[in-house]
Design a protein around this ligand. Structure first.
Ligand code: SAM
Length: 234
């Protein structure tokens, strides 16, 4: 138990199994809870994420941790060829996209080196067991000059906003999740923010993985963020 009487957050394989099970459980109402708890802002964040790719039409983009396929649909709307990867069968079964979907661990993508022109990844940084491995595996799968965009939740920088955000995320989100889906899962998800390294470290990690121009873009006053980068090469 931690000082506040909560069990410590899981690590390693235990975490991977817990995350897969959690998303299998929440999959039937995942989209609904997302829309309600973000007041629909998640739709705009995904649009912005895809806009930041800036790849030519027809480019092949791997959507990592695609879940129910929202980013795949947005990619296709923007003229890209999307392929989704996720390890939760529950999420994949509920996906609303005609993009090809692959059940796979995004830390071990079933693709050859340099296959994709780009990658997107929505709200999965705090769910993987090892961020360094995720960035390295993404770099392996992307051709030199390819582009990546990671979308993730974030804490606002402004101290007042940060307090309000913490109350909303830690107290209100579990209530919304409990009413519409699964209380335990939506108590864990805000707690899982603790897995995220500080923003400067995230950017440094992505640069170190082979995206030398990586930068961070804060969205909606800092409650969400994009990490954007171009694959160095060859
Ligand atoms: C919060 S959901 C995000 C889904 C979608 N990207 C979106 O924007 O709504 C996180 C997803 O990451 C997936 N995931 C987490 N770790 C993964 C891993 N190592 N391999 C594949 N999928 C993973 C989960 O199954 C879940 O579908």
């Amino acid at each position: 138990m931690t000082a506040r009487g909560r069990p410590p957050l899981p690590q390693g394989e235990v975490k991977a199994r817990a995350v897969r099970g959690l998303f299998d459980t929440v999959s039937p109402r995942y989209d609904l809870v997302n829309r309600v708890m973000t007041f629909g802002m998640d739709v705009g964040w995904r649009r912005r994420a895809v806009r930041e790719l800036r790849l030519p039409g027809g480019a092949l983009v791997a959507d990592l941790a695609c879940g129910t396929g929202d980013l795949c649909r947005e990619l296709q709307r923007n003229g890209y060829r999307a392929v989704g990867f996720d390890f939760s069968l529950g999420m994949l079964e509920r996906a609303r996209t005609d993009a090809p979907l692959v059940q796979a661990d995004i830390l071990r993508l079933p693709v050859r080196d340099g296959t994709a022109d780009g990658a997107t990844c929505g709200f999965a940084l705090r769910n993987v067991v090892d961020l360094t491995s995720l960035f390295a595996e993404t770099a392996r799968a992307i051709r030199p000059g390819g582009r990546v965009v990671f979308l993730e939740a974030s804490e606002p920088e402004h101290p007042v906003m940060r307090v309000g955000h913490r109350v909303y995320f830690n107290r209100v989100v579990p209530l919304i999740g409990g009413a519409l889906s699964d209380r335990e899962a939506y108590t864990y998800l805000p707690r899982s923010m603790a897995y995220l390294p500080p923003r400067e470290e995230l950017v440094a990690m992505l640069r170190g993985a082979g995206f030398p121009d990586a930068r961070r873009v804060a969205l909606s006053g800092g409650i969400a963020q994009l990490l954007v980068g171009t694959r160095g090469g060859p």
